[in-house]
Design a protein around this ligand. Structure first.
Ligand code: Z5A
Length: 212
């Protein structure tokens, strides 16, 4: 985060069916309760152009998409998202609550697809400069349990159609990132009942703003 940014940048991550959407709803209630002005957004997506890129990325008919093409599309959508939405909001003092960001790229394209992490880091610097989330919540779950929740929801997209071994690698990637920088990340067991998960999330947010 650069000196000129005034809003806080919070991201939420995890493998499929971990409950990001459900818990982001609870996080917006927490923000509302504190009278904090914020925008809630998502990746890939968040802008008109980014949502078109998202459609390409999730379309399960795009079976032959090269991993490097997938990586570049993620960062293309992110570049637009940063310029059009995230940076202006933060500069205006508005908090940004984002469903996935660059940690997902390390986890899915890096650990999941096996792309070179240094190449990802270079793209990260190119697109983001020194802007990084202030706080990242990682919802952690056994991929098998997460996928059973997703399957109950209906048709699977291109990522959700991956084998469990892929999600095991993605999960390991998230856990590794969380362990390297505990000050920025909070890892929460998302296999617990929703009320328990949400109590942990509120605790983590309170700690982030320095409240008991
Ligand atoms: N991707 C990538 O590869 N690289 C990148 O850089 C980025 C993304 C940014 C789209 O993301 C895809 O993009 C994603 C990774 C890739 N892969 N996929 N698919 P997405 O975030 O839009 O997609 P998603 O992960 O599938 O998110 P989702 O559909 O929004 O699911 P969710 O938010 O994690 O889950 P949910 O809808 O809140 O909950 C699922 C169900 O579980 C629902 O019925 C809930 O009521 C239930 N639930 C939630 N919590 C609980 C608990 N605690 N107990 C019981 N049941 C629960």
């Amino acid at each position: 985060m650069t000196e000129t940014m005034k809003g806080k940048f919070i991201t939420v991550e995890g493998t499929e069916g971990v409950g990001k959407s459900t818990n982001i709803q609870r996080m917006t209630e927490w923000l509302d309760g504190r009278g904090i002005s914020y925008i809630a957004t998502r990746e890939p997506g968040g802008t008109a152009l980014g949502e078109k890129v998202r459609d390409l990325l999730l379309d399960k008919d795009n079976t032959g998409m090269a991993a490097s093409a997938e990586l570049l599309l993620m960062f293309a959508a992110r570049a637009q998202h940063l310029e059009e939405k995230i940076i202006p909001a933060l500069a205006a003092g508005t908090w940004v609550l984002c469903d996935r960001f660059t940690d997902a790229t390390y986890a899915y394209q890096g650990f999941g697809r096996g792309l070179n992490l240094e190449h990802i880091a270079r793209l990260e610097t190119l697109v983001q400069g020194d802007l990084h989330p202030d706080f990242t919540l990682i919802l952690d779950i056994e991929p098998e349990l997460g996928m059973s929740r997703v399957r109950a929801r209906g048709e699977l997209d291109r990522f959700e159609s991956e084998a469990l071994a892929f999600f095991d690698r993605v999960r390991a990637g998230y856990r590794e990132r969380a362990s390297t920088k505990p000050s920025r990340y909070c890892l929460i067991d998302a296999s617990e009942p929703l009320a328990v998960v949400q109590a942990h999330i509120v605790e983590a947010l309170n700690a982030f703003v320095g409240e008991p």
